[in-house]
Design a protein. Structure first.
Length: 342
């Protein structure tokens, strides 16, 4: 078991790092978005969802000064909405995929019209329960759900068959995304392992750049041919997003500007900055480099003998365990906060 865990943590993808200017556009202070978890943009307005259980769907509409100007409501009762995507036809797709306690038999996507009409589609994982906080809606409308994994790679799922509202649709795993831990400050716990868990996603309007985020960094993946699965298995370009207390929201403006924001109901924060990375979509293609592979050895590694110890460091497993405990504590704090509001 130790060997398997070490191998999973070691097999992480490399990434180029870009250091573009990260600006602050405005600050969200409205308490209705203190648990901001999903963001989308049509260029003039932003659409935002809160990570809370209010009994109905609420998508808040903001102007570009961070002021809530309208709220789209729908009668669906979500369990734990974690992300938001805006389709070309204006439909708002809400990823009701949070499952901190790994108790849900199904997860759901809510397709919400801006007039408040709503449809719900339920899905099942093929390999057990998962907590997921990120949704990518491909150019052809296919949803891709990305899981939040404190151990190992994030997993990417999409519907395995045609889907409708009549019955749950099985998902299939189509990719894995492995990210390195970073030293970017921020997040609910200062831990390199904590900086690897995926908390949000976005796709550029032209469909040519996908972005995933962690609590502390954004990762850009070029999608030159519309194949999201192939794109997410390539090495991304990393953009640090430091000092967000609990960064979960990510979106693209139509012009390719990347937007990020954080929850602000924790760590004493009273507002969340909407930050911008102009031209981020154009940074997605990493530079091409040529490397000479190391010489191959003809000597096979000798197997360990009985009684021989494994001298590899234990820190990856210890750190991963600490991260898992921190995520559980975070989920408990959220549940208590919701209970107090109720």
């Amino acid at each position: 078991m130790l060997t398997a865990a070490l191998l999973i943590l070691a097999l992480t993808a490399g990434s180029a790092t870009a250091q573009p200017a990260v600006g602050e556009l405005c600050r969200i202070t409205d308490q209705r978005l203190e648990e901001l978890s999903g963001l989308a943009s049509d260029g003039d307005r932003w659409f935002a969802v809160n990570d809370s259980d209010s009994g109905t769907i609420e998508v808040h509409v903001l102007d570009r000064t961070c002021r809530i100007t309208d709220t789209v409501t729908a009668a669906n009762d979500p369990y734990d909405v974690e992300d938001l995507a805006l389709a070309p036809d204006g439909t708002l797709w809400l990823a009701d995929t949070g499952d901190n306690g790994k108790t849900r038999a199904t997860v759901a996507l809510h397709a919400v019209g801006q007039d408040g009409t709503a449809r719900i589609y339920r899905f099942t994982y093929p390999d057990g329960k998962h907590d997921a906080e990120a949704l990518l809606l491909a150019a052809d409308g296919t949803p891709h759900i990305i899981t939040k994994e404190p151990l190992g790679s994030a997993l990417v799922y999409r519907p395995a068959t045609a889907w409708n509202e009549n019955a749950p649709t099985p998902l299939e795993q189509v990719a894995q995304v492995s990210l390195d831990g970073t030293d970017t400050p921020g997040g609910p716990l200062q831990s390199p392992v904590m900086t690897r868990v995926v908390t949000g996603a976005a796709l550029s309007k032209d469909g040519r750049t996908a972005a995933l985020r962690t609590y502390t960094d954004a990762y850009l993946f070029p999608v030159p041919d519309g194949d999201l699965v192939k794109a997410l298995e390539a090495d991304p370009v990393r953009i640090p997003l430091p000092d967000e207390p609990q960064g979960e929201a990510l979106a693209f403006d139509p012009d390719g500007t990347l937007l990020s924001a954080s929850e602000f109901g924790t760590q004493g924060a009273t507002s969340s900055a909407v930050r911008t990375v102009p031209g981020a979509a154009g940074l997605a293609a990493p530079p091409t480099t040529t490397t000479t592979p190391p010489p191959q050895s003809n000597t096979a590694a000798a197997p360990r003998q009985p009684g021989e110890t494994d001298d590899r460091p234990l820190w990856p497993v210890v750190a991963a365990g600490a991260t898992a405990l921190a995520l559980v504590a975070l989920a408990i704090r959220r549940s208590r906060r919701r209970a107090r509001r109720g």
